[in-house]
Design a protein around this ligand. Sequence first.
Ligand code: AMP
Ligand code: MG
Ligand code: MG
Length: 367
Amino acid sequence: MQLANPNLDGLSSFMTFLLSLIQLLAINWKVLLIASFVIWSVTVFTRRGKQLKECPSLLAPPAQGSSCQAPLNDSDIPPIYHRPHSQISDKPTPSKSSSAQKNLIVKVGQKKEHRVKPPYDAFLVLDVEATCEEGTGFQWPNEIIEWPVCLMRWKDKSNLVGTTCQLEIVDEFRSFVKPTWRPQLSQFCMDLTGITQAQVNSAPNFQKVLKMFARFLTDHGLIDPKSGRPIQRFCWCSDGPFDVRDFVVKQCFISKAPMPPWLKGDVLDVRRIVSVWAVSSGNPETTTKLPARSHIRSLNIPQQLQALGLPAFQGRLHSGIDDTRNIARVMTELARRGVRLEPNTSINPNRRWNWMGKSGEVLEHTL
Ligand code: AMP
Ligand code: MG
Ligand code: MG
C-alpha cells in the first residue's frame, strides 16, 4: 500500500508546471516579444486614429471644401500645441491679465500626447465700432456705436482622448448704440463702418446695451444674474488690444457707468497671437519667448486669415458684426491648430485720457 502525501503531490505538480512554463518561455521568447509588439502597436494606432478623427488637422491638412482649410504652405507653419494646465481649477479664474502678458510663452513643435483641460469654457469675441473723424486716433473720445459679440464654445469638450480643438460660434449678440457726447455721426465714420445715422438714433444708449448684454450672458449661464460675476470661465477676444482696454473704458467714463465685473476679466488680443505665430513659424525651435511688440508685423483681419490659409474676409470690413465673425473664424483655426488661447492684454478700468474732466465730462479744449 502506497502512502500518498497530498501536500507534496500538489507542490510537485506546481513545480512541474512552473518548469514547463519556463521552458516554453525560453523556447518561444521571440514569438512572445513579437506578439507583445503587435498588441502594443495596434493599441497605439487605434488610439491615434480616434484622436485624428476628432482633430484631423493636428497632423494633416483638412480635406478640400472643409471649413478649416490647410495653410498655403504647411511646412512654413509649424503647429503650436497646448501644454498641460496643472494650475487650472473648475472655479471661475480670477483676472490674471497683467501677469499673463509677461508669461505668455509659445511652445513650438511640442508633441501632443497628454490630456489637456482647456482653461476657458467660452470665448466672447467682440469688435466694437465707434464714432470717429478723419485723422482721429485711439486717443480721441470715441463713443461705441455697435456692440457685436460672438459667443464661442468647445464643440469637443467631452473629448476623452486628447486636447479640445473644435471651437465654434454658439450664439451672437448685436446692438447698435446711441452716442451721447457727439450724437451726430461724421460722414467719415458712416463710410468707414457702414452704420447709418438712423441706426444709432433708434438704438439704446450704452448703459441699456450693457443691461441687455448682461441678460445674454445670464441666459448662457456665464454670469451670476445678481452679482454679475462670472460663473463660468470665459475670455474676451478682439482684434488688437483696443476694444475692452480703450473703447469700453472710455465709454464707461462718458456714460458714467461703472465697468461691470464681467467686463474686467481676461482679454486675448487675437491679432497679437496670429502676428506672433506668423513670426514663430520661421523659428520652429522648442520654446520661443514672444519677441517685443515692435518686432512683430501687426496683421489686420484679412491678413490674419491669409496667414492662416483661410478663405478671404467675409462681409464688410469695419462692420462690427462682420469683423467679429471673421475674428471668430481666426479663433476656430487657431484652436484647430492647437494654439494656446490665453489672455495677453492688461485692462485698467481707471485708465484716464487727458480729455477726461470730472465725471463723464469731455474737455473739448484738449482735443
Ligand atoms: P475697426 O474695428 O478696425 O473696424 O475699428 C474700430 C473703430 O476704430 C472704428 O469704428 C473707428 O471708430 C476707429 N477707426 C478705425 N479705423 C479708423 C481710421 N482710419 N480713422 C479713424 N478712426 C478709425
Ligand atoms: Mg476692431
Ligand atoms: Mg471693426
